[in-house]
Design a protein around this ligand. Structure first.
Ligand code: SAM
Length: 289
């Protein structure tokens, strides 16, 4: 099953898609609520991003649609290379027809069962695929793994420049090492802890990326001033009431003096970053205090 989630009624606002994200998972339903709400929903509705969710089991040649096998030498289950190869190849070649879902965004299971069909794969055909893949600099295949490079905002800004991103969300012990070596361009961790699967990391990645796509968030400044942009943490925010049980909002913020407010925010962002994340300041080149 491959699912393209339609953006519902707002689909009429669609313009040209700027970025395509394809996710390969064995739990496609997990993505529906996340990509069907708020900022991601808006980005899809505006046609600025298209998100396709693919069920890896659709690419299995096994009659029971198995995609995993025990680790050689003993241990848990590992995602096999052949279904992952088939899915990536199919996505890159736009081979597979993607089902368009209705506005209720339900995922329908395919009626047909997988069949054990011999794959007509040779070393030459693999090499040809591999050569073409590494030549194409407009697309990136990303594997989520605790062993990967730790994700940060700078990396997210870099990913904005690709036309198409393929996200692999494994389970169990992860993927066959040959997937990492030959099919994947980047291996990414979302932090030094272990989750049960790559679905949440993939959703974290999508959320963080989509909000950076120009036009998705209407207020450009809100993105520019956020934590990590400019190597600083965000400044403190206050809102109404100006006084709550004797707890007052700093006078300067209600003074109406925009220049002073801007300076106060800059100073506070700097102070907070120095206290909590001095490592960020080392990266900072152009901060003028
Ligand atoms: N055996 C792996 C290890 O020790 O590195 C952990 C496998 S984990 C139970 C299953 C999957 O969850 C991983 O293959 C990966 O896709 C995902 N995952 C878990 N923690 C992650 C993290 N911090 N960042 C990115 N992906 C993670």
């Amino acid at each position: 099953m491959s699912v393209r989630l339609s953006a519902g009624r707002q689909g009429s606002q669609k313009s040209e898609n700027k970025m395509i994200i394809d996710v390969i998972t064995i739990f496609p339903e997990m993505f529906i609520p996340v990509i069907g709400e708020s900022i991601i929903k808006r980005g899809r509705a505006k046609g600025l991003v298209k998100i396709n969710i693919h069920d890896l089991r659709d690419y299995s040649s096994n009659i029971h649609k198995k995609v995993d096998s025990p680790s050689y030498g003993g241990g848990g289950m590992v995602f096999k290379i052949d279904p992952l190869f088939e899915s990536i190849k199919s996505i890159l070649n736009n081979e597979k027809k993607i089902l368009v879902k209705g506005i209720n965004m339900k995922v329908s299971r395919p009626k047909t069962k997988g069949v054990d069909k011999p794959r007509n794969l040779t070393k030459d055909s693999f090499n040809e695929f591999y050569e073409n893949k590494i030549k194409d600099k407009t697309k990136r295949t990303i594997l989520f793994s605790p062993k990967g490079k730790k994700l940060n905002q700078k990396m997210m800004n870099k990913f904005l420049s690709y036309e198409k991103l393929i996200l692999i969300a494994p389970r169990y012990e992860g993927v066959d090492e040959r997937v990492r070596e030959y099919l994947v361009d980047e291996e990414i961790s979302i932090g030094d802890y272990v989750l049960s699967g790559g679905e949440l990391p993939a959703m974290v990645f999508i959320d963080s990326l989509v909000r950076l796509i120009p036009g998705v968030v209407s207020d450009k400044n809100s993105i520019k001033n956020e934590s990590f942009e400019n190597s600083l943490l965000d400044f403190p925010h206050y809102t109404r009431p100006a006084e709550f049980c004797g707890l007052k909002v700093p006078d300067i913020l209600i003074s109406g003096n925009h220049k002073d407010i801007e300076k106060w925010r800059k100073d506070k962002a700097f102070e907070l970053t120095k206290k909590r994340r001095p490592d960020l300041l080392n990266e900072k080149k152009d901060f003028k205090k």
